[in-house]
Design a protein around this ligand. Structure first.
Ligand code: IPM
Ligand code: MN
Length: 342
């Protein structure tokens, strides 16, 4: 495997180093190259993602990313310039995000255990309000006006929805819920609902349902056991997966893969996100989300045996030490334990 590493900002480097340690323990043969991208480089050189690096990245099999976001850099520069440029430019169609409470981890929800919180979110990853269509006039005056449009194509919705159905068909429960806001966003919601219904009619074995995004948030807190696979647009997917992280132990446990579905570019794997500048450099970040993201990368690369060993090692380690992660047990020590278990 040819793997590109983008440690990025804040705790990104600390957690990504643990994934690499675990990858080494698997014995999988790989070559890697690390790319110095992120807030520090931007502040030093003014460069966000040089075109040469962007083109090189396209040649890898997989990208592992830590996090982007720096307190001294204006919001949007790194996010749009690195993360979104790669998601859009490499056509990383699906952002697959796990919401899985591992045994040993305490949920923020009282009385909920691993059997109650075990679902996935298939987040559309290339469109919605994220694309940046729109603009403004008269900035900074009382007459200021802006628009920020949500772009929705049948093409992008359909490939995500198909992915969600294929995934559901492989899961025990096999249920897909469309999450949107069709009662208000009638144009975009209509496109998503029609596409969903058309795909569903061709996949008879998979049960379907629909939830408005506000209600989905309510159920994620009151009754997360009702979800199996949720498919949703880019912005709703962003928001519900932070809530998903909150109920499954926090961002330190939330793994994700930005998946290229047509082989034209590498997929990119990352914790659901947060450079966590408040704890950066202290060795307190939980690396499990990053290591789980490595597990997803190995699976996608067809390294099934290594992936299975990584997952078993994560589960064992977490079951043993979860309450001490970040509280006495450092990022490095957690990485060492998982690597040893592999
Ligand atoms: C995420 C993050 C990103 C997003 C930011 C950093 C641009 O919040 O991966 O969820 O909004 O997609
Ligand atoms: Mn987010």
């Amino acid at each position: 495997m040819k793997i590109a590493l983008i440690p990025g900002d804040g705790v990104g480097a600390e957690v990504l180093a643990q994934s690499v340690k675990v990858l080494d323990a698997t014995g999988v043969a790989y070559e890697s190259q690390s790319y110095d991208l992120g807030g520090e480089r931007y502040l030093r050189t003014g460069e966000v993602l040089p075109d040469s690096a962007y083109e090189e990245l396209r040649g890898f099999d997989t990208i592992l990313l830590g996090a982007v976001g720096h307190p001294d850099v204006k919001p949007g520069i790194l996010e749009r310039g690195i993360l979104l440029r790669l998601r859009f430019g490499f056509d990383l169609a699906v952002n697959l995000r796990l919401v899985k409470l591992l045994p040993g981890v305490e949920s923020a929800l009282a009385g909920k255990g691993p059997t109650d919180i075990d679902f996935v979110v298939v987040r559309e990853n290339t469109e919605g309000p994220y694309v940046g269509v729109g603009g403004g006039l008269r900035e900074g005056t009382p007459g200021e006006i802006v628009t920020q449009e949500s772009v929705n194509t049948r093409f992008a919705a359909e490939r995500c929805i198909r992915f969600a159905f294929d995934l559901a068909a492989q899961r025990d429960r096999g249920e897909v819920m469309l999450c949107h806001k069709t009662n208000v966003l009638t144009h975009a919601g209509g496109l998503w609902q029609r596409t969903f219904d058309d795909v569903a009619s061709g996949v008879p074995g998979v049960a379907t349902s629909y939830g408005h995004v506000d209600a989905v948030c309510l159920w994620m807190v009151l009754d997360p056991g009702r979800f199996d696979v949720i498919v949703t647009d880019n912005l709703f997917g962003d928001i519900v997966t932070d809530l998903g992280a909150a109920i499954s132990g926090g961002l330190g446990y939330a793994a994700s893969g930005n998946l290229n579905l047509d082989g034209t570019a590498p997929s990119m794997f990352e914790p659901v996100h947060g450079s966590a500048p408040d704890i950066a450099g202290q060795g307190r970040a939980n690396p499990v989300a990053a290591i789980m993201s490595l597990w997803m990368a190995l699976n996608q690369a067809g390294e099934r045996d290594a992936a299975a060993r990584v997952l078993a090692a994560i589960e064992k380690t977490v079951a043993d030490v979860a309450p001490r992660i970040g509280l006495g047990l450092s990022t490095e020590q957690v990485g060492d334990l998982v690597a040893k278990a592999v």
